[in-house]
Design a protein around this ligand. Structure first.
Ligand code: FNR
Length: 381
């Protein structure tokens, strides 16, 4: 396999290794994928001005919630990581730990949150979907607290599912339905078929077995996740979660200043500007386009992170110049995982670190806190 020199190379390797149904689940967005594309094009529209001869070497460390993170980027929460590589969550966690990058475990992980915490020294965050009524959240919060997760990320943009048309065409909804087309698709990708689908670690929604029963089938688990969506979830529920979770609480899925202000009033410790990687509301703005207004509406020190469309180290620098404290990566490490397993995740993280370090030098910023204030011009075509 040729060496991947950028994230797009890893994406291409992933596309070749995965059956179409799986690649499309990973790569796709909602409806016409306008927001998915916008997340990328808005980054490429931003112009960084080079600054020269500032001296010193680049320091990527980030102080957040009283902890020191060695990079200002984290692996964000994604469900069904075991679809790309057997025990994908464990490989993401291991590669993240080795690179000094934080890893966020999804509610929909394919390894239990306890097993991941037992095998990784972190830093680890846990992402909670506000499914069901209070009991579901409470049980998962207790488990995350008991396992030592350092922050809780509450994802609020998924009270209903996005209309993901690639998945609909494949008949994919949290489970792969076996039909003639999927069988053929699998047979054409034998490395994936033998390791993931026919191997000993076929992906299941392991965190949910407590609620559905250990012998639950794939379709029972999928049905459970569908039935647990709670469109009534409100700020009162956020306040209840705030009271229960003792550590830093972040809300993921904020896209406008008004909601960010409400989040701060509800007592959360930070917000993640996110449109779920263009997988929920198609037509929503690019995250990078709403970041500055959200930051301007909040107290100066209130942490704002961002995700969506990050494929280059320079994208991370652009987000930091516009005021983000740090960023979360969604698909970028997953392309690495799907292409080459743990080595591919490490490759994705080192590509981004290398590109980021170069870009910081080019723009004359030597530390994450010094990036803010670098000239950022936005051009619209
Ligand atoms: C996601 N995302 C997501 N978010 C979340 O809070 N819980 C989850 O379980 C998932 N699952 C998930 C699966 C897949 C395949 C993708 C691509 C995304 C959203 C994710 O955390 C993040 O917001 C976006 O992926 C960021 O956009 P990029 O970096 O993928 O462009």
């Amino acid at each position: 396999m040729t060496t991947a020199i950028n994230i797009e190379d890893l994406r291409e390797q992933a596309r070749r290794r995965l059956p179409r149904v799986v690649f499309d689940y990973l790569d796709g967005g909602a409806e016409a994928e306008v927001t998915l594309r916008r997340n990328r094009s808005s980054f490429t529209d931003i112009v960084l001005t080079p600054r020269i001869l500032k001296g010193g070497s680049v320091d990527l460390t980030l102080e957040l919630f009283g902890e020191t993170y060695s990079k200002p980027f984290f692996i964000g929460p994604t469900g069904l990581n075991g679809l790309y590589w057997p025990q994908g969550d464990l490989h993401l966690a291991a590669a993240a730990e080795r690179s000094g990058v934080g890893f966020t475990v999804s509610t929909a992980s394919n390894t239990t949150l306890e097993e991941i915490a037992g095998k990784s020294k972190g830093p680890l965050w846990f992402q909670l979907y506000p499914w069901g009524q209070g009991a579901f959240a409470e049980a998962l919060i207790d488990r995350a607290q008991a396992s030592g997760y350092s922050a809780l990320v509450l994802t609020v943009d998924s009270l209903v599912g996005g209309k993901r048309e690639r998945d609909l065409r494949h008949g994919f909804a949290h489970e792969i339905r076996i039909g003639p087309r999927t069988v053929l698709d699998g047979l054409l990708h034998p490395a994936w078929l033998s390791s993931v689908w026919l191997g000993p670690h076929r992906p299941r929604l392991e965190n949910l077995l407590d609620f559905v029963g250990n012998s639950a089938s794939d379709s029972e688990l999928a049905e459970f996740t569908r039935s647990q969506r709670n469109p009534e979830f409100s700020w009162d529920d956020v306040r209840r979660i705030r009271e229960k979770w003792k550590g830093p609480l972040l809300i993921k899925g904020i896209m406008c200043p008004e909601d960010a202000i409400d989040a701060q009033r509800a007592g959360v410790d930070g917000v993640i500007v996110s449109n779920h990687g263009g997988r929920q509301l198609d037509g929503a703005p690019a995250t990078i386009d709403v970041l500055a207004d959200i930051i301007a509406a909040l107290d100066r020190k209130f942490p704002v992170l961002l995700d969506g469309g990050i494929r280059r180290g320079s994208d991370i620098v652009k987000a930091l110049t516009l005021g983000a404290k740090g960023v979360l990566l969604g698909r970028a490490p997953l392309y690495g995982l799907a292409a080459q397993g743990e080595a591919g995740v490490s490759r994705a993280l080192s590509i981004l670190e290398d590109e980021m370090t170069r870009t910081m030098t080019f723009v004359g910023a030597r530390s994450v806190s010094a990036v803010s204030g670098v000239n950022v011009e936005t051009r619209r075509s």
